[in-house]
Design a binder for this molecule. Structure first.
Ligand SMILES: [Zn+2]
Length: 232
């Protein structure tokens, strides 16, 4: 997998969208033209496009007609997610970096949260799903990450939510191995759920300073616990 080709294609798509030369729904240039523009080989370009397609950033349809060819289907919120994922996969970013970034984003977000605007019912529904003791650990962690994204919507800063969304899969997937190493997952899950409910009720009540400190403790507690459990 070529990180460089992904990055140059994504940079190019981002720049074209930013400048307005391309819009969602527009066709990408031909492979030949694009590989020349970007200075990457056709095979690297094809690989990069496959990854972007898997991420839902572009869509490829064969045949003729206006929808055939390669079309941009989503703005690069996913690009951010791809970038974070690639940096994690290639060890340019570690758990500690994610932990610090979450502290910053989520602590700030809770502090600036407006009790009248967050997706609290979405957050509540996720907690109910996580209460199921038979829920597989991977699913719990994914719902947990979704829950944190839902909490961040109270801050009325769409960029914060986009950043949280970009971190979401990384937060979920990259803690699976660490969570598996915990001696008693059920006990950890029960504690996390207690903390989640305390955070949510503080946000709902408009107790933003309390919510901010609870959420930072929650992120730190889990980080410390899984860091200790991890064998390597
Ligand atoms: Zn959590």
């Amino acid at each position: 997998m070529s990180v460089k080709a992904h990055e140059s294609v994504m940079d190019w798509v981002t720049e074209e969208l930013r400048s307005g030369r391309l819009k969602i729904g527009d066709h990408l240039p031909s492979e030949r033209a694009l590989s020349e523009t970007l200075g990457v080989s056709r095979s690297s370009l094809r690989e990069a496009l496959r990854v972007l397609e898997a991420l839902g950033t572009i869509s490829t349809a064969t045949g003729s007609g206006p929808r055939s060819g390669t079309i941009i289907t989503a703005a690069p919120g996913q690009a951010l997610s791809l970038s974070v994922t690639l940096q994690l996969l290639t060890n340019q970013v570690g758990h500690h970096d994610i932990y610090e970034t979450r502290q910053l984003l989520e602590g700030w977000s809770a502090l600036h949260s407006d009790p009248t605007r967050g997706d609290w019912s979405v957050a509540e529904a996720l907690l109910e799903k996580m209460d199921d003791p038979t829920l597989p650990l991977e699913d719990f962690l994914r719902f947990d990450a979704d829950f944190h994204v839902a909490l961040s919507t109270g801050a009325a800063n769409p960029l914060i939510s986009t950043l949280m969304e970009a971190l979401r899969l990384s937060v979920a997937d990259h803690t699976v191995a660490r969570a598996r190493a915990l001696p008693d997952w059920q006990a950890t899950a029960a504690r996390l759920q207690q903390e989640h409910r305390a955070i949510l009720s503080a946000l709902r009540a408009g107790e933003s300073a309390t919510a901010s400190s609870l959420i930072k403790d929650h992120i730190e507690g889990y980080y410390q616990e899984t860091a200790t459990a991890q064998a390597d």
